[in-house]
Design a protein around this ligand. Structure first.
Ligand SMILES: Cc1ncc(COP(=O)(O)O)c(C=O)c1O
Length: 329
């Protein structure tokens, strides 16, 4: 699996974990070693507002938002937060903290933040900045990787290659696995004993990962994700674009967000109970759709019809009530 993932990504070495958060912990440790090697006493890692990188204390500290962080006393002083998608904000941080920064950690599309797609050229700007400054560009593709956006990795849309890449979710399709891939020079910062995992890289998880890659290839699922994602986005925009409760519809491939005017967490229950649709709501008011990469024409139609019915069953006054009754997040 290491061979296949390195070949697909253009990176050189892989370390296997049991979850996405662990893969990101691996990346964070590599960033610190990279800084330490350069003589930075307390290296800083640049992260994005509204980011989500996991629920361990390290990855939580790199994440943003009260819902996940509140009361956990995250690690202070190790991360600098900038506005996602804003290249100028990064230049400013580079001027102020440049000498102490070791790496930038970013999701190409912020999933938990409500499917926020970085503006075109943003990843390229990040790649340039990191290369110029000697920082590691670390992409968290735990949600976007393994075909979700219509290409194997979201970074391919911008024709860049990161220094470190983390994967999980789609790689195991239900079986716990995580992977942290890196360029050789970065991977070799780890020496025997400096990192490890009892179950990471176990034969079952790796066989599952290889089978997932086989199926994606054999069934041309990248093409399917791209084509069905386009159909889904176009149909949703045509049929819900003018809906009074809909603020925006955005996404790439089979990762689509429908942002509503007000909180809609109760919609998950209504969609499942009354319309047979399993949907998810992020940041309180964005419906997030992550259909399987195998989704077909008929199922795309079902999703669109179902969502139209869910949203027309739920008028704005209902949403206003849901807003009052929703527990704080
Ligand atoms: C972008 C991103 N990073 C990290 C994680 C954490 O992965 P896991 O739940 O496997 O630890 C998630 C999970 O939702 C994620 O979406």
């Amino acid at each position: 699996m290491a061979q296949r993932l390195t070949l697909l990504s253009g990176l050189d070495q892989a370390f296997f974990n049991n979850s996405g958060a662990e893969a990101n912990e691996t990346a964070l440790k590599l960033a610190r070693l990279h800084g330490w090697k350069k003589g930075i006493e307390r290296p800083l890692i640049v992260v994005m507002d509204n980011a989500f990188h996991g629920r361990t204390l390290g990855t939580l500290s790199a994440s943003d938002g009260p819902a996940v962080r509140l009361s956990f006393h995250t690690l202070p002083g190790d991360f600098i937060k900038v506005t996602f998608g804003d290249s100028a904000a990064l230049d400013k941080v580079a001027e102020t903290y440049g000498a102490r920064i070791a790496a930038v950690l970013v999701e190409p599309i912020q999933g938990e933040a409500g499917v926020q797609v970085a503006p075109a050229g943003y990843l390229q700007a990040l790649r340039d900045l990191c290369s110029r400054r000697g920082w590691l560009l670390m992409l968290d593709e735990i949600q976007t990787g393994i075909g979700r956006t219509g290409l194997m990795f979201a970074f391919e849309h911008e024709r860049i290659v990161p220094d470190v890449l983390t994967l999980a979710k789609g790689l195991g399709n239900g079986i716990p696995i995580g992977a942290c891939l890196a360029r050789k020079k970065v991977a070799q910062l780890f020496t025997p004993g400096s990192h490890g995992s009892t179950f990471g890289g176990n034969p079952l998880a790796c066989r599952v990962g290889c089978t997932v890659l086989d199926i994606i290839e054999d069934q041309a699922l990248l093409n399917n994700a791209e084509r069905q994602g386009q159909r889904l986005l176009t149909a949703l925009r045509a049929e819900l674009g003018d809906h009074p409760n809909v603020l925006a519809i955005r996404g790439l491939g089979l990762m689509i967000g429908i942002e509503l005017v007000s909180p809609c967490r109760d919609l998950t229950l209504i969609a499942a109970r009354d319309f047979g649709l399993l949907i998810n709501v992020t940041r309180g008011q964005t419906i997030r759709l992550l259909p399987p990469l195998t989704v077909n024409d008929e199922e795309v139609r079902m999703i669109v019809d179902g969502l139209v019915r869910v949203l027309s069953a739920v008028n704005s006054s209902y949403i206003a009530i849901a807003q009052l009754s929703a527990p704080p997040i």
